[in-house]
Design a protein around this ligand. Structure first.
Ligand code: DMJ
Length: 620
C-alpha cells in the first residue's frame, strides 16, 4: 500500500491587504520586543527578593517577623496591638531575668557550683537515655581522670634504677616494633618484620592498642601520641574477617577503654564503642552465650571446631564482663551490660558438678560439654572476672562476689593439692580425675586469690593470703628449676617430678605475664621484698635470653642450654609483662587498687563508684 504526497495549499488573501511588514517596520518591532524581554529579565535578577515582597501581599506574616525588620507601622491598628503585647512580654522577661540574676548573686559560690553540676548532669542523663547507636553518636561525658594514672619516682634508689630499667626494656620493645612492624599486629624480632595471628582477622595494630596504656603510665608521651595518631587514622574495624571475640575484647576493647580513662581522649571512647557494637552479633544464639568466633562484617558466628560438641569456652564468654559494663557506661547503651548479665543467668540455672564450672558450654542447648575444669587455659579469666566485677562495681555486685567465692571454695576442695615436698599447685579436673599439671597461665591465680582475700567470707582472709603466697612460691620454683630461669608453659607434679615440664611441647616460654602478675599483687599486699627479688630475677633472664637486636622473642625450650627463638614478640609482653614489672617497682599509689581494676590483659579500668550514680559521667 502507497502514501499520498502532502501538498501545501496557501489560503486565499484579499488583494488590497499587505501580506508582510516592510524591513524598517520589522526592525522597530524587534527593538520594542527585545526591550520588553530585557525589562522582564532585569526584574527577575536585580529587583529585591520577590517572595518577601509577595509574602506581604499574599501571606499573613507574624507581628514578630514584621517588627524585626522595620519596626511598628503606625498605620496598622492590628499590628500596633501585637506590638504592645510583645513589648509587655519582653519587659516581663527582663524583669524575671533580673530577679534570677539577683537571686544567683546572693547564693554562695558552692551553691552556684552545685546548680551548674545538677544542670549538666540533667543534660547528660537526657542524652544518655537516648543511647548511642554508633561510635560517632555518643552522649556527652565530662571526663575526670581517676587517681594514680602516673606515679611518683620510688624513694629507694635501687628500686628507682630497676624501674628505669623496665622502662628502657619497654622502649626497646616499642622502638623495635615501630621500626620493623609498624601497623602489623605483632613483631617478629629476629627476622625483623611484621606478624599476625588469625585471632584478629584482618584487624591491625594489636601491639599499638595493647601498648597504649603501658606507654602512658611509663610517661612515654611522645610514643603515646604516635600510637594515638595511628589509632585515629588507621585503626579500622570495617573488615570482612573472622575474629576471636575474646581476644579482640580483652586486647582491643580493653586497651582502648584504658587509653580513654587514662588520657581522656575521645577517640578511644569512640573506637571502643564502635568495636563493642561490632561484637554484639556474637550473642545471637538461642541462649545468649556468645560464639567464640565472629565475622565482623556478616555478623555470623561459630565456635572453635575443636571445642567439645560445638561448645563455647568458659574463659572466653566469661571474660567480657568488665569491658562490656564500661561500654554501657560510656555509650549510654545498656545492651552491652544486658548481654553479659544474661551469661550469669544461664550459668546460675545450671547444675555444677561438685560446684565446679566445666570449660565447655553449648550455646544452643545451654548444656555443659565435656566435664573438664581448669583454672588455667580455657577457664582462668572467668574466675578472675567474677571477682573483679564485684570490685569494679565498688563492691555492689553481690552476685559476682558470691559466684567467685563459691567457685574458689570448689577449686580449693577439688583441684588444689600439695606435692610431696610441700609445693601447692592447682591441678586440672577431667570428669572427676585429676591431671597433676599446672599451666603457666594458672599462675595468675596467686594474684587473684590475694586480691580477693580481703573480702573472703568467714575468717578466710589469712588462709587465702597463705594460699596465694604458696602459689607464688610454686610458680617461682617452676622458673628456678629451669636452665634459662624462665618458666615453662606447663609443669607437672607426677612421675617423680615437681614443678618441672616433662613433655617437649610444654617447655616453651612465650613472654607470658602470669607469674610476674602474681609477684606484683603479692608485693602490693605484703611488701615482702622477695617478690621484687623474684621479679628482678625474671628481668635478668629476659634480658639475657629473650632480648635480641630487634626486640624480645619467646623461646622454645627453657631447659636448653641456650635459647632457640620462636621469633614472636607477643603484644601481651608490652601490655602485661612489662606493665606488671614496672608496677612491681613502683609505689603503691600508681594505679592504686582502690581506684583501678586490671582486665585480664592488664588494662586498667576504673572502679565505678556507687555514690555517684546520680552523676553517671563521673569516674570517681
Ligand atoms: C593474655 O592474653 C591474657 O592474660 C589472657 O587472659 C590469657 N593469657 C594471655 C597472656 O598469657
Amino acid at each position: 500500500m502507497g502514501l499520498k504526497p502532502l501538498l501545501f495549499c496557501p489560503p486565499s488573501i484579499p488583494p488590497n491587504l499587505p501580506t508582510s511588514f516592510r524591513l524598517t517596520e520589522k526592525f522597530i518591532l524587534l527593538l520594542v520586543f527585545s526591550a520588553f524581554i530585557t525589562l522582564c529579565f532585569g526584574a527577575i535578577f536585580f529587583l529585591p527578593d520577590s517572595s518577601k515582597l509577595l509574602s506581604g501581599v499574599f501571606f499573613h506574616s507574624s507581628a514578630v517577623e514584621t517588627n524585626t525588620h522595620t519596626g511598628p507601622d503606625s498605620s496598622d491598628a492590628g499590628s500596633a496591638g501585637n506590638d504592645d503585647r510583645l513589648l509587655a512580654k519582653i519587659k516581663k522577661d527582663h524583669e524575671k531575668a533580673l530577679l534570677e540574676a539577683k537571686d544567683t548573686l546572693q547564693k554562695l559560690p558552692d551553691v552556684i557550683q552545685n546548680d551548674i553540676l545538677a544542670d549538666k548532669a540533667k543534660v547528660t542523663k537526657e542524652s544518655m537515655g537516648k543511647g548511642a547507636k554508633d561510635g560517632n553518636n555518643l552522649p556527652f561525658i565530662e571526663y575526670h581522670r581517676p587517681p594514680g594514672a602516673t606515679g611518683l619516682e620510688p624513694q629507694d634508689p635501687e628500686t628507682r634504677e630497676r624501674r628505669a630499667k623496665i622502662k628502657e626494656m619497654m622502649k626497646h620493645a616499642w622502638d623495635s616494633y615501630k621500626q620493623y612492624a609498624w601497623g602489623s599486629n605483632e613483631l617478629r624480632p629476629v627476622s625483623k618484620h611484621g606478624h599476625s595471628s588469625n585471632l584478629f582477622g584482618s584487624i591491625k595494630g594489636a601491639t599499638i592498642v595493647d601498648a597504649l596504656d603501658t606507654l602512658y603510665i611509663m610517661e612515654m608521651f611522645e610514643e603515646f601520641d604516635a600510637a594515638t595518631d595511628w589509632v585515629e587514622k588507621s585503626l579500622d574495624f570495617n573488615v570482612n574477617a573472622e575474629v576471636s571475640v575474646f581476644e579482640v575484647n580483652i586486647r582491643f576493647v580493653g586497651g582502648l577503654l584504658s587509653a580513654y580513662y587514662l588520657s581522656g581522649k575521645e577517640v578511644f571512647r569512640r573506637k571502643a564503642v564502635e568495636l563493642g557494637e561490632k561484637l554484639l552479633p556474637a550473642f545471637k544464639t538461642p541462649t545468649g552465650i556468645p560464639w567464640a568466633l565472629l565475622n565482623l562484617k556478616s555478623g555470623i558466628g561459630r565456635n572453635w571446631p575443636w571445642a567439645s560438641g560445638g561448645s563455647s569456652i568458659l574463659a572466653e564468654y566469661g571474660t567480657l564482663h568488665l569491658e562490656f559494663m564500661h561500654l554501657s557506661r560510656l555509650s549510654g547503651n545498656s545492651e552491652f551490660a544486658q548481654k553479659v548479665m544474661n551469661i550469669r543467668k544461664v550459668l546460675n540455672r545450671l547444675e555444677k558438678p561438685q560446684g565446679l564450672y566445666p570449660n565447655y558450654l553449648n550455646p544452643n542447648s545451654g548444656q555443659w560439654g565435656q566435664h573438664h575444669v581448669s583454672v588455667g587455659g580455657l577457664g582462668d579469666s572467668f574466675y578472675e572476672y567474677l571477682l573483679k566485677a564485684w570490685l569494679m562495681s565498688d563492691k555492689t555486685d553481690e552476685e559476682g562476689k558470691k559466684m567467685y567465692y563459691d567457685a574458689l571454695q570448689a577449686i580449693e576442695t577439688n583441684l588444689m593439692r600439695k606435692s610431696t615436698n610441700g609445693l601447692t599447685y592447682i591441678a586440672e579436673w577431667k570428669g572427676g580425675l585429676l591431671e597433676h599439671k599446672m599451666g603457666h597461665l594458672t599462675c595468675f591465680a596467686g594474684g587473684m586469690i590475694a586480691l580477693g582475700a580481703d573480702g573472703a567470707p568467714g575468717d578466710k582472709t589469712g588462709h587465702q593470703m597463705e594460699q596465694a603466697a604458696e602459689i607464688a612460691r610454686t610458680c617461682h620454683e617452676s622458673y628456678a628449676r629451669t636452665t634459662l630461669k624462665l618458666g615453662p608453659e606447663a609443669f607437672r607434679f607426677d612421675g617423680g617430678v615437681e614443678a618441672i615440664a616433662t613433655r617437649q611441647n610444654e617447655k616453651y616460654f612465650i613472654l607470658r605475664p602470669e607469674v610476674i602478675e602474681t609477684y606484683m599483687y603479692m608485693w602490693r599486699f605484703t611488701h615482702d621484698p622477695k617478690y621484687r627479688e623474684w621479679g628482678w630475677e625474671a628481668v635478668q633472664a629476659l634480658e639475657q635470653h629473650c632480648r635480641v637486636d630487634g626486640g624480645y622473642s619467646g623461646i622454645r625450650d627453657v631447659y636448653a642450654s641456650s635459647p632457640n627463638y620462636d621469633d614472636v614478640q607477643q603484644s601481651f609482653y608490652l601490655a602485661e609483662t612489662l606493665k606488671y614489672l614496672y608496677l612491681l617497682f613502683s609505689e603503691d599509689d600508681h594505679l592504686p587498687f582502690e581506684h583501678w581494676v586490671f582486665n585480664t590483659e592488664a588494662h586498667p579500668l576504673p572502679v565505678i563508684r556507687k555514690d555517684k550514680t546520680d552523676r553517671p559521667n563521673e569516674v570517681e
